[in-house]
Ligand binder design. Structure first.
Ligand SMILES: Cc1cc2nc3c(=O)[nH]c(=O)nc-3n(C[C@H](O)[C@H](O)[C@H](O)COP(=O)(O)OP(=O)(O)OC[C@H]3O[C@@H](n4cnc5c(N)ncnc54)[C@H](O)[C@@H]3O)c2cc1C
Length: 413
């Protein structure tokens, strides 16, 4: 590839955050480091990180080691082991990491959502073990909601947890768990109330340790191939009620409803993740069409190529504005219900469309392994599907509109 990016913290990205949210010295320093790391380390090793677990771990290690970049959990306050990075700056860091390598960015994003939820819901012992110590000791977390029979319909999930007071017993399966098999700690959503009519109101959250899971099996996959994605099996698996820290996060039966609100931020991380893939597809398309000639001129000189590129350029700006505005409101505690859904919908669909466009403008080379075009399409797939598919985001946006206007979601006042 002709490009040799030096930093993904481009003047455009810097100006956007400066104007939209302001950048503290901490934000600027962290984004400069992460932007360089993503461009100079992750991006050139893209294929190696996707194919070789050692390369993946080496890439992750700098990000999770507090003595190196320590980007993991950086949005947390200092007393919890973070550096008080602003949420918009954290999201932009994820965008740049995703431009460098989506597998790395997704692993970090999911862990970040768990740390964020725990930092608000955990009691003092839980904060100590699962946040402060986990950051210091480089123990990763995973979020286990999806089950083989329940993805979009997670409110009806079946994994059952019963207790005799001294311990919990778990039965069921979780699947598509990012960081599954690597993480030490699993934020497992399970049914504690047998009345299935209660839906999500009968679900609780338990912190389960890796060794308490009966079986962990990796899922071979096209998308984010460097990252761990596993199916977890619980078979009369015993989890102590407390062993230095309680395993139940929040309250019985309502724990997941509380966590759900906090996990809204996870949608913004996936929007940022999608923007990173979209940015890389855009840069690749620009790069290729500037140099590839047809009928005596560069492809980019053809209106049939230049106009869709101009439109993608505008849509990238718009999706960024939405994502970082949502992140700013999240920081201020003023995020509207459907805001993260809108950002995620636009950012992820843009990633999918741009990745496909990039593949097309590369002609046959777009299908060659030598280029990253097909991998970007696969990686965009998880942006569209993870943390709720696009259809689910549209349903959430529509039902939020209905609540606000009291009218049918199809009606636009
Ligand atoms: C790489 C990767 C990593 C992931 N990481 C995690 C993780 O860390 N933790 C975790 O818990 N999960 C994770 N997931 C799972 C992901 O969140 C789910 O796969 C996703 O929510 C969709 O669920 P599903 O696959 O069961 O699809 P389904 O829910 O079966 O949906 C299938 C199709 O039907 C559509 N559909 C479903 N219901 C409706 C409806 N009511 N109206 C209209 N259309 C509908 C969907 O939009 C989709 O197009 C991950 C997935 C991937 C691919």
């Amino acid at each position: 590839m002709a490009r040799q990016p030096k930093s993904f913290f481009t003047p455009e990205r810097r100006t956007l955050l400066e104007d939209l949210t302001g950048l503290s010295e901490t934000d600027t320093a962290a984004l400069e480091l992460v932007g360089r790391y993503a461009a100079e380390k992750l991006w050139p090793q893209y294929e190696a990180i996707n194919a070789d677990r050692r390369a993946f771990h080496a890439a992750m290690d700098s990000l999770i080691d507090p003595k190196q970049l320590g980007f993991r959990g950086s949005f947390l306050p200092e007393d919890l082991g973070g550096i008080d990075l602003s949420i918009p700056a954290y999201m932009m860091g994820l965008e740049m990491l995703s431009q460098g390598n989506a597998s790395v960015a997704l692993s970090l994003a999911i862990d970040g959502s768990v740390l964020s939820a725990l930092s608000r819901l955990g009691d003092e012992q839980q904060l100590g073990r699962y946040v402060r110590d986990a950051l210091r000791d480089k123990r990763m977390t995973a979020f286990a909601l999806t089950e083989p029979g329940y993805g979009s319909d997670a409110g009806n999930l079946e994994t059952r947890a019963t207790t005799d007071g001294a311990s919990w017993k778990l039965n069921g399966q979780k699947t598509w768990t990012t960081n599954g098999g690597w993480a030490d700690y699993y934020f497992v959503v399970c049914r504690t109330n047998p009345d299935r009519n209660l839906g999500p109101a009968g679900l609780s959250v338990l912190m389960v340790h890796k060794e308490e899971i009966a079986a962990i099996e990796q899922i071979p996959k096209y998308t984010v191939p460097g990252s761990y994605t596993a199916t977890l099996t619980f078979a009369d698996s015993v989890v102590p009620a407390a062993d230095g820290a309680a395993r139940l996060v929040g309250s019985v039966d309502t724990g997941f409803m509380d966590a759900k609100r906090l996990l809204e931020g996870g949608r913004i991380t996936i929007a940022s993740f999608g923007l990173g893939i979209a940015s890389e597809a855009f840069e690749m398309a620009l790069d290729y069409t500037r140099t590839r000639e047809s009928q005596g001129e560069a492809l980019i000189e053809k209106q049939a190529i230049a106009l869709p590129l101009a439109e993608f350029d505008a849509r990238l700006d718009a999706a960024r504005l939405m994502t970082y505005t949502a992140a700013k409101r999240m920081q201020a505690g003023r995020m509207e219900n459907a805001e993260a859904s809108k950002a995620k919908l636009l950012g992820s669909e843009l990633a999918a469309e741009l990745a496909d466009f990039n593949r097309r403008v590369h002609g046959s080379y777009g299908l060659a392994k030598e280029y990253r075009c097909v991998q970007l399409i696969h990686d965009a797939g998880v942006a569209v599907t993870g943390e709720g598919t696009s259809e689910i985001q549209k349903i959430l946006i529509a039902s939020n509109r209905k609540k606000r206007t009291g009218k049918d979601p199809g009606f636009r006042p």
